[in-house]
Design a protein around this ligand. Structure first.
Ligand code: PLP
Length: 441
């Protein structure tokens, strides 16, 4: 196993953290010991979904085996204990992002969170939610601004909202080096802008976007900000209130937790103003045959039976990350990021997307191999036990902007080793000769 490298971020800053014990971390993730196609698994697809430590698997199983009951409904002891565990999980997830528990709404994931926001604003635009919701209502002439680098989950809900309300959708372009074009943004975000939605970290480029600058521009025109924190939550120490975004989403399965759970963060006054999207049980105070009164947030947005065991599993993941320490994780991942990116630069015929210098980034790189289709690269690597993602990564407009339809994406997490990155790079070095295209590492 490789020794931990020195702890320095890619933008030159240094981390003051004790190196992680990588061998014991890997022992916490049973899947990392698997073999695939007769080779040890090299899992470099954490941006698609992360692996889960044993504590997460055990906490879910233990709840289901010993504590399972419907939350917020029963008067019996098991139900009360389940409710307490579920609400404790909300505390843990709130803590992960520096927020109050009332600002955290359970969702089934980031996609569900973004749709919740867009449909809630759509309902406000129909006059639902009373006076408080009026500030959110959109109409013809209003503008929603996104970036060219969106995951489809932070694009299509806004397209749909625009078409339902008559608002227009505009986008901030991405520069050749992957950075968001802030000069263009300053010209696009203006008096008509009502919503600015953008990714904290693009799932293709890996760059940490300038939240301060975009929030500042949005604030100056009174627009609502929506942060897609799917690819930052697993890697950065997040403090959403300090970032000053109005709303943010992320998915549990990408932060080493279970599938089927995620969180929507909202500032208290914004959640308070938002009408519900899904309606039904558990989100009401009084119901008649003709109408209903709704609970305050977060319950207003949690209609129906919630992902209880998954939320408890997610809280276990958050505790696991907390025990490792966010600085130590960042230091470890900065080392992997450097190894990955520097190595890729040396492989002949490889073009990385978003290779901007001096920008903070996560350990993720999407690239094109000259003369070999991304799917062939993926199969070649898979045959050697290396799991990467190939395709458009749910970001077709961004790929189109770079003249591509598909790329290969390698994404690491703190449980990966430098040796694994090297195995990946060595295998990749053989791809072009295997497919009869020149070029070596
Ligand atoms: N946003 C980004 C940046 C993502 O990477 C993803 C998933 O890949 C999503 C949104 C959607 O997440 P989910 O599929 O978990 O809802």
């Amino acid at each position: 196993m490789a020794e931990p490298l020195d702890a320095r971020s890619s933008d030159g800053g240094s981390f003051d953290a004790r190196p992680l014990d990588i061998a014991s971390i890997r022992a916490d993730f049973p899947i990392l010991a698997e073999r695939v196609n007769d080779s040890p698994l090299v899992y470099l697809d954490s941006a698609a979904t992360s692996q889960k430590p044993r504590g997460v698997l055990d906490s879910e199983a233990s709840f289901l085996a010993h504590g399972n009951a419907a939350v917020h409904r029963g008067a019996h002891t098991l139900a009360a204990d389940a409710t307490e565990a579920f609400e404790d999980a909300r505390f843990a997830v709130a803590d992960l992002v520096g927020a109050e528990p009332e600002s955290i709404v359970w969702t089934s994931g980031a996609t569900a969170g973004l749709n919740l926001i867009a449909y809630s604003i759509g309902n406000a635009s129909l006059g639902r939610g009373g006076k408080a919701a009026d500030r959110l209502a959109l109409a013809a002439g209003d503008e929603i601004v996104v970036t060219e680098s969106e995951h489809h989950a932070n694009l299509i809900p806004w397209q749909e909202l625009a078409s339902r309300t008559g608002a227009s959708l505009r986008h901030i372009p991405v520069l050749d080096d992957g950075r968001i074009d802030l000069e263009a943004a300053a010209g696009i975000i203006g008096s008509r802008t009502r919503i600015v939605a953008f990714p904290h970290v693009s799932n293709v480029l890996g760059l940490v976007n300038p939240v301060d600058a975009l929030v500042g521009m949005a604030r100056s025109v009174g627009a609502l900000t929506v942060l897609d924190a799917c690819q930052s939550a697993p890697h950065l120490a997040l403090d959403l209130p300090t970032l000053d975004v109005d709303l943010a989403v992320f998915s549990g399965h990408k932060v080493f937790g279970p599938y089927g759970v995620g969180a929507l963060y909202g500032k208290a006054e914004v959640l308070e103003a938002m009408p519900p999207f899904l309606t039904g049980g558990s989100m009401i105070t009084t119901v008649t045959l003709d109408s209903a009164e709704y609970l305050p947030p977060p319950q207003r947005f949690e209609a129906g039976t919630q992902p209880v065991s998954q939320a408890i599993g997610l809280a276990a993941a958050v505790r696991y990350l907390g025990n490792l320490g966010h600085d130590a994780i960042a230091a470890r991942e900065a080392s992997l990021e450097r190894r990955l990116r520097e190595g890729l630069r040396e492989v002949g015929g490889v073009r990385m997307l978003g290779d901007a210098a001096g920008v903070e980034r996560v350990a993720l790189a999407a690239f094109d191999v000259d003369g070999v289709h991304a799917h062939d690269v993926g199969q070649f690597l898979d045959a050697r036990g290396v799991a990467v993602r190939v395709g458009h990564h749910c970001a077709q407009p961004l790929h189109r902007r770079f003249g591509l339809t598909a790329t290969v994406r390698a994404s690491a997490a703190f449980y990966n080793t430098e040796d694994e990155v090297d195995i990946f790079l060595d295998a990749l070095s053989g791809v072009r000769s295997f497919f009869g295209v020149e070029g070596t590492r």
